[in-house]
Design a protein around this ligand. Structure first.
Ligand SMILES: *[C@@H]1O[C@H](CO)[C@@H](O)[C@H](O)[C@H]1NC(C)=O
Ligand SMILES: *[C@@H]1O[C@H](CO)[C@@H](O)[C@H](O)[C@H]1NC(C)=O
Ligand SMILES: *[C@@H]1O[C@H](CO)[C@@H](O)[C@H](O)[C@H]1NC(C)=O
Ligand SMILES: *[C@@H]1O[C@H](CO)[C@@H](O)[C@H](O)[C@H]1NC(C)=O
Ligand SMILES: *[C@@H]1O[C@H](CO)[C@@H](O)[C@H](O)[C@H]1NC(C)=O
Ligand SMILES: *[C@@H]1O[C@H](CO)[C@@H](O)[C@H](O)[C@H]1NC(C)=O
Length: 299
């Protein structure tokens, strides 16, 4: 009774310890945030782009210490400085405004940041097609002969949805629309469903849903795993086989011992005492005991 209570105690101590660690971390974060404010501020702004277009990005810097008459700023895309983007920004009502217009085609999507030489503050604009967020980390499981429904959804309604199956061997995608006996596709605006009929184990794999926007498609995937009905029975079958083997062994053992027993008597406990005596005999000088027993049985 003493041991469990002791482990419990040490458990409590340990969790207190980790709580203290967490609090320290939070304090540290607050401290870091306090340091960053105004000086090292990083703002991230997500922009969802559906069509190719011109976009004006603007950074508005205020509250700069010393209020210099001008500062210099430039732009980066995905961390690389954009050539000839450096500009001198004059103070205007205590504000410094850096702005630039970008022509955004599919290959221009990415992260744009404005950066000031005299100040660590920066804004990053993440330009991307709407991202399908409902990513599942576990595969959808179904069984041979059944059908299964896979789905994808998005906040924005794309021009259309397309489903592909990734070929397990190569990198090519199979357009599932071409096989309407096997696949049924339903589209409800910002949602789509793919029904895969008459499942076989070959239907396992990656299914890709693609929301087609003017600028470029946004893709996600669903992993499907098709099991045969015997699959979940396997552990059960293993147990049954084990039981059969054990029972067979026991029966064999009994059968091998039976002739002696029949000769001796009809006593129920005989096999057990027989074995015990064998053990004692093997161990040491149990010879006497054995002969004694033999005599006892004979009368
Ligand atoms: C810049 O920020 C200041 C303070 O937040 C605001 O008053 C001003 O309107 C902003 N200017 C622009 C062009 O957005
Ligand atoms: C853009 O920024 C986001 C969020 O900070 C990040 O997840 C993504 O990897 C970045 N993309 C590129 C191309 O750097
Ligand atoms: C899809 O559109 C409907 C109506 O337009 C909306 O209510 C729903 O929230 C949208 N779905 C997602 C995942 O945003
Ligand atoms: C996958 O691709 C290989 C060749 O790249 C082809 O032989 C095979 O039939 C394809 N599998 C399916 C299921 O289409
Ligand atoms: C997929 O196949 C269907 C039917 O064969 C066809 O109409 C459609 O254009 C194809 N889609 C793509 C993206 O290849
Ligand atoms: C799928 O199974 C149904 C009956 O379960 C059958 O009528 C249909 O022809 C099968 N389809 C294919 C493509 O094998």
């Amino acid at each position: 009774m003493h041991r469990p209570s002791r482990t419990q105690h040490s458990c409590c101590q340990r969790s207190l310890f980790s709580m203290a660690g967490v609090r320290q971390l939070i304090l540290l974060l607050l401290y870091c945030e306090g340091m960053n404010t105004g000086q090292n501020q990083v703002i991230i702004e997500q922009l969802e782009i559906l069509t190719p277009q011109y976009i004006e990005l603007l950074c508005n810097l205020t509250d700069i210490p010393n209020n210099p008459p001008y500062i210099t700023g430039y732009w980066t895309k995905d961390g690389q400085e954009i050539e000839n983007s450096e500009e001198t920004v004059n103070r205007n009502n205590e504000q410094y405004i850096l702005k630039k217009t970008f022509n955004i085609l599919a290959r221009d999507l990415g992260n744009y940041s404005c950066i000031f030489r005299e100040n660590q503050a920066q804004v990053t604009f993440v330009l991307d097609v709407p991202v399908i967020k409902d990513k599942r980390d576990k595969p959808v499981v179904s069984y041979t002969g059944d059908s299964v429904v896979l789905d994808c959804k998005l906040k924005h309604t794309p021009n259309t949805w397309i489903w592909y199956k990734a070929n397990n061997t190569g990198k090519e995608l199979i357009n599932v629309t071409a096989n309407p006996l096997k696949y049924k596709i339903f589209i409800y605006g910002n949602k789509t469903k793919l029904t895969v009929l008459n499942l076989t184990e070959e239907d396992s794999g990656k299914y890709i849903c693609s929301a087609e926007f003017d600028i470029k498609p946004s893709e996600s995937y669903v992993e499907l795993k098709v099991l045969s009905y015997t699959e979940p029975l396997k552990p059960f079958i293993a147990i049954v086989v084990e039981v059969i083997v054990l029972v067979t062994l026991i029966l064999l053992w009994e059968k091998c011992n039976k002739p002696q027993n029949d000769n001796i008597s009809a006593g129920e406990n005989e096999p057990c005492s027989e074995q015990i005596s064998k053990l004692t005999r093997d161990e040491s000088n149990g010879v006497e005991k054995n002969t004694a027993r033999q005599r006892k049985l004979e009368h």
